[in-house]
Design a protein around this ligand. Structure first.
Ligand code: B3K
Ligand code: ZN
Length: 861
């Protein structure tokens, strides 16, 4: 067995500028699996071709493989090992290579390669897991056609699935059976997949625009079958949407999705055989919140859309990851926006960007959308690659406009179909079809850091001057920055009448500063800027609290209304933290206006009246003071709760009697109802806990039940423990719902949250072996700003202890949880020293994975 751990002292750094095309192509591969959880035999037969004239050997990557034999053209081979890699000397230009290896799926705790989950066998290969299945050039620009034969015990593994279409199957003696699948499309090995298990399918069909009948299957354990209708429906919607909006049809006769409980992230787009974390497939009203329902649809869509943006056109190398991920996130965001309220979807996406990507861009792990180097590529599946990458695509769509953007994506798919492409290829298509020069825009791919825009409007009689300027902050390895191209949608409103004073303009700010003059203004203008969040930047303006309150009531862009309210709340809270006092009345009045505006729908109102999170408030401050932030935010919440008690009760009552239905209005009603419940509890109203407990008991859906539980868990009523116990008992054995039970307690705003989480780590249902459970407790706790940053440092120590233990099982999942400890520079000297000490302890741990080594050492800089 090869050692899977790299000595942290000598990490190999892979650099983008070192890219070289592959020495050998592998146009065909046949894989033969003799499947058994304890010991699986894998035989690979590959046709290899020398790509250009060179005298280099064939290097096949491998990791944790037990080599049984190597043959070249049916005879002996000249080979040796270099680390985990198999190096074969070849004399001709075309050869047939046969290898045989043995692997142990049930001992694979990393969940990369072939592994066991809940008694079934499944694979995960992206980015570099295929080398844990067989020896192969494990890089995305080696494209092959796959033939896969699987043999297994029929009683234990009645279902055998792989990529492409099924071509043959049969029975064998001794209760064994086999199946063979063939994928006609050339693909990189990271898209290889197989599943063997005791599964049943929710089956459906879809007829493509050109008349191809596609058999759809959502495969799960029999008990989970009733929870698969929503995912199947979302899949059909996604297939139709990609035809309509991008002209992209599905291309095989079958499309299968398998749900597994043990998975390192959300899901995987393997060709024709997507494998999902079960949390993004299973949904019914009793166990899934509205948020879960939406996430299932979004992830099903995302993975389906990868069939074109990722699979038909794949990435040349892993530095191009955002080529498929940024574009596909943009596609899934657009799909979700089309299913309900586009404004609310945009608000949710921007909130997510600010919660994860902005802090990443401002911290030690900041990197460009197209990184220049990595130690472990798994560490680069980040909010920057995914979400900032999506914003970059969105900005190009904004600059081109819908028709030209569609022409550009058509060109991209046509020109690069069946190939491994680069971000540069994508931008070139945008330029050619859009008739624009994106030379300077390309800085979005090379410069890290969130640009800061200052917008100040000055009025002189009937004229107003808008001065816009930009600066991009230094980031690790990039001390100086050039100006970016920032598409800013803006508009002026009359400060008295609320009337629009001009049409919306799209301003491309591409220099350090620029002035725009507005003439003949009949009244004092108020500036609405970065409408729809047209550029992923931080905007500072000279708008007063009155201006912001005015826009929160009158702007005709719902996102800008939300934004004005958020800014008003932020300004109030930041002032309160700084001075210990701030006037809450403008916020209270603006929230009252929003709550009682009959033109607004409940989903929007619920988003608009929510206070910014503790951590987002902290992000605005030079030094984060978690205790003061918590105190001032709770004070404002209580003020809002008390001052608007009548309005909250009305909002609550209007949705109280609703029975469950999954529709945008019903979701909006539940969202507002639960936000109102939170404010009623914050007001200190004596009967709020009774109300929450009644909701908890009467709920016919998880959104209401978990909303009530959250309110009770954050409070001190006698009902708290009863609700936690009832929830636990009701859902004993349901792993996804128990994750919510752990997570709700890990996110508690009470002062005893850190102690509670330490105790929960010893609960019989807690395990680090399941990534969802680890994230539910440790991941959630580390973003609970108040509890994690407990002045004693116990939160830091707890998380470091858990991550050191998790790293031994699953380095990829452990390394993902490092960033909260890496924010030490933003905290006072005592906290910073404690956080650094834990990072140093992690780095000094013997046998540390290179995943953790990279994240922890960079976080210390
Ligand atoms: N492409 C996968 C992510 C793989 C992560 C590997 N560390 C899922 C997705 O983005 O669709
Ligand atoms: Zn993706």
């Amino acid at each position: 067995m090869a050692d899977t751990r790299t000595a942290p002292q000598t990490p190999h750094v892979t650099r983008r500028e070192d890219y070289r095309m592959p020495d050998w192509r592998v146009p065909e591969i046949a894989l033969d699996f003799d499947l058994d959880p304890a010991s699986t035999r894998v035989r690979a037969t590959m046709q290899v071709e020398r790509s250009v004239r060179h005298d280099r050997p064939l290097v096949l990557n491998g990791d944790a493989l037990e080599l049984v034999s190597v043959r070249v053209d049916g005879g002996d081979a000249v080979w040796h090992m270099e680390g985990g890699d198999l190096v074969i000397a070849l004399t001709g230009d075309v050869h047939e290579i046969e290898t045989e290896v043995v692997i142990a799926p049930e001992r694979n705790t990393q969940l990369m390669g072939l592994y066991a989950s809940g008694g079934n066998l499944c694979t995960q290969c992206e980015a570099q897991g295929f080398r844990r299945i067989t020896f192969f050039p494990d890089r995305p620009d080696v494209l092959s056609r796959y033939r896969v034969k699987m043999t297994a015990d029929k009683a234990r593994f009645p279902v055998l699935l792989a990529n492409g279409d099924p071509v043959a199957s049969g029975e064998l003696e001794g209760g064994r059976h086999w199946a063979e699948w063939h994928d006609p499309f050339y693909k990189p090995c990271y898209l290889f997949a197989l599943v063997a298990g005791d599964l049943v399918a929710n089956k459906g069909s879809f007829t493509t625009l050109s008349g191809r009948q596609v058999e759809l299957g959502i495969w799960v354990r029999a008990a989970d079958l009733p929870k698969t209708d929503h995912a199947l429906h979302a899949l059909k919607l996604s297939m139709a949407w990609d035809e309509k909006v991008y002209g992209r049809e599905y291309d095989l006769d079958v499309f299968n999705i398998v749900a597994v409980d043990d998975f390192n992230f959300g899901a995987m787009e393997n060709k024709g055989l997507n494998i999902f974390n079960s949390r993004y497939i299973l949904a019914d009203p009793d166990t899934a919140t509205d948020y879960d329902y939406d996430a299932v649809a979004a992830v099903v869509a995302h993975e389906y859309f990868h069939n074109w943006s990722g699979n038909r056109v794949t990435c040349r190398d892993w530095f191009q990851l955002s080529l498929k991920e940024g574009f596909t996130v943009f596609r899934d965001q657009s799909f979700s926006a089309d299913q309900g309220s586009a404004a609310v979807k945009r608000i949710e996406d921007v909130r997510g960007l600010r919660a994860s990507q902005f802090p990443e861009d401002a911290g030690p792990l900041a990197h460009p959308v197209r990184p220049d180097e990595y130690i472990e590529i798994s560490n680069f599946y980040t909010a920057t690659i995914y979400n900032k990458g999506a914003e970059v695509i969105r900005m190009m769509a904004t600059i081109l406009g819908p028709q030209k953007f569609r022409a550009a994506t058509d060109l991209y798919f046509e020109r690069f179909d069946g190939t491994a492409a680069t971000c540069e290829d994508f931008v070139t298509c945008m330029e050619e079809a859009g008739g624009v020069d994106l030379t300077q825009f390309r800085r979005w791919y090379t410069q890290a850091g969130t640009p800061r825009v200052t917008a100040s409007l000055a009025q002189e009689g009937g004229r107003a001057r808008l001065r816009l300027s930009q600066a991009v902050p230094p980031t690790p390895g990039q001390p100086f920055k050039e100006p970016m191209v920032l598409p800013l949608r803006l508009k002026l409103f009359g400060g008295i009448t609320g009337r629009a004073l001009c049409d919306e303009q799209l301003v491309l700010l591409d220099s350090e500063s620029r002035e725009i003059v507005f003439e003949n203004l009949p009244e004092t203008p108020v500036l609405s800027v970065n409408r729809g969040f047209s550029a992923p930047v931080i905007v500072e303006t000279n708008r007063s609290a009155a201006d912001l309150a005015f826009l929160s009531a009158h702007d005709d862009d719902p996102f800008a209304r939300y934004e004005a309210m958020q800014q008003l709340m932020l300004d109030t809270l930041v002032a309160a933290v700084a001075t210990g006092k701030a006037d809450p009345r403008p916020v209270i009045d603006a929230v009252r206006n929003t709550l009682t505006d009959p033109r607004l729908d409940s989903a929007f109102i619920a988003e608009a009246v929510l206070l910014p999170s503790d951590s987002f408030i902290g992000d605005q401050m030079a030094m984060v003071d978690p205790d003061a932030i918590f105190r001032e935010r709770e004070t404002l919440r209580a003020d809002l709760g008390k001052s608007l008690e009548k309005e909250w009760l009305e909002a609550y009552d209007s949705a109280r009697a609703n029975r469950f239905e999954y529709s945008p209005p019903a979701k909006g009603a539940r969202r507002l109802k639960n936000v109102a419940l939170g404010y009623l509890a914050a007001s200190g109203a004596e009967d709020a806990a009774e109300l929450a407990y009644a909701q908890f008991e009467d709920a016919d859906n998880m959104t209401d039940r978990q909303g009530a539980l959250t309110t009770l868990v954050n409070g001190h009523s006698g009902k708290r423990e009863a609700a936690l116990a009832a929830f636990y008992q009701r859902y004993a054995g349901n792993a996804l719902v128990l994750d919510k039970w752990f997570q709700t307690q890990a996110l508690s705003s009470r002062s005893d949250a850190a102690a509670a989480v330490e105790a929960l780590a010893g609960h019989p249902d807690f395990t680090l072996a399941n990534p969802n459970r680890a994230r539910a407790l440790i991941g959630a706790f580390s973003v609970n700003q108040r509890a994690f940053h407990d002045p004693s440092g116990r939160g830091y120590k707890f998380v470091a202890d858990q991550l050191i233990a998790l790293d031994k099982l699953n380095p990829q999942t452990a390394a993902k949880l490092i960033p909260p400890l890496g924010r030490w520079k933003r905290f006072d000297a005592e906290r910073a020293a404690k956080m650094r000490a834990e990072l140093e302890r992690i780095v000094a741990t013997p046998g540390l994975s290179k995943d953790m080594f990279e994240q922890a050492t960079k976080s210390l800089d």
